[in-house]
Design a protein around this ligand. Structure first.
Ligand code: CA
Ligand code: CA
Ligand code: CA
Ligand code: CA
Length: 241
């Protein structure tokens, strides 16, 4: 959820709470949970504040703002809202099967939808030829990516193996139903530890609404003979409107 607005003065804040409900409208005001968002700085009327309100499991979401000073308040304040909106963070809708190296041994793209320690597990495969190294290429498809100024990839996971390789993420727009040219994220946008990390990529821009995310082992020196296993808990695309 994102909000852009301001209170009229400095004495009163307007914290926002929300809840999902099945309908019908109107929303009752019981069971609302704090979002962590508050419209509370009258000097920053163009500041966009962002909070994650979780996975929508029901059809409606209602949002409530309540003034913070309610007792003996004799001076009226004004809440000015410029924008208040929910923005989806798409998750993968498919594992791409063509041109991949290493197949999921546990889970699937579905396991990457939320951060719950249920993971898609993919082991490197030994490829034929040369030094017959262990390699991994895996691609996920995302659809209904909202248009916006830029996107980031949120990723959470870890890798295991005797000698750890580095698994680097890249992205590509859809071109005629298949991935176009992949562009690497920054070299920090990678998984290379046996401790689970959760991080965001650098931003990227595209007008595509179908996007592919790929992870590839980088064949770190000395890792050719070490079969690594990649464990992905969560992948999501976050858009800056
Ligand atoms: Ca008040
Ligand atoms: Ca986790
Ligand atoms: Ca490798
Ligand atoms: Ca998960």
């Amino acid at each position: 959820m994102r909000v852009e607005g301001c209170p009229s003065g400095t004495s009163e804040n307007f914290p926002l709470s929300s809840k999902a409900f099945a309908g019908p409208l109107p929303c009752t005001t019981s069971g609302l949970l704090a979002t962590g968002l508050s419209v509370d700085n009258n000097s920053h009327n163009n500041q966009v504040r962002v909070a994650e309100i979780g996975t929508a499991t029901q059809s409606y979401i209602c949002v409530q703002a309540v003034d913070s000073v309610r007792n003996n308040d004799t001076s009226p304040d004004t809440l000015t809202l410029d924008r208040l909106f929910l923005f989806p963070t798409p998750v993968a809708v498919a594992d791409v099967t063509a041109g991949q190296i290493g197949a999921p041994s546990q889970g699937s793209y579905i396991s990457t939808g939320i951060s719950d320690n249920t993971r898609e597990v993919i082991s490197e495969d030994q490829v034929v030829g040369g030094f017959a190294p262990y390699r991994l290429v895996h691609t996920w498809k995302f659809t209904n990516v909202p248009g916006g100024a830029s996107h980031t990839l949120h990723y959470e996971g870890f890798c295991t193996g005797t000698t750890l390789d580095k698994f680097q993420f890249s992205w590509a727009p859809d071109v005629g139903g298949s991935p176009g040219t992949f562009t690497n994220f920054s070299t920090q946008t990678a998984i290379s530890t046996s401790t689970e990390i959760a991080a965001d990529s650098n931003t990227f821009t595209t007008t595509a609404t179908t996007i592919y995310i790929r992870v590839t082992d980088t064949q770190k020196s000395g890792t050719a003979n070490s079969q690594n296993t990649l464990n992905i808990d969560h992948l999501a695309l976050k858009t800056t409107p």
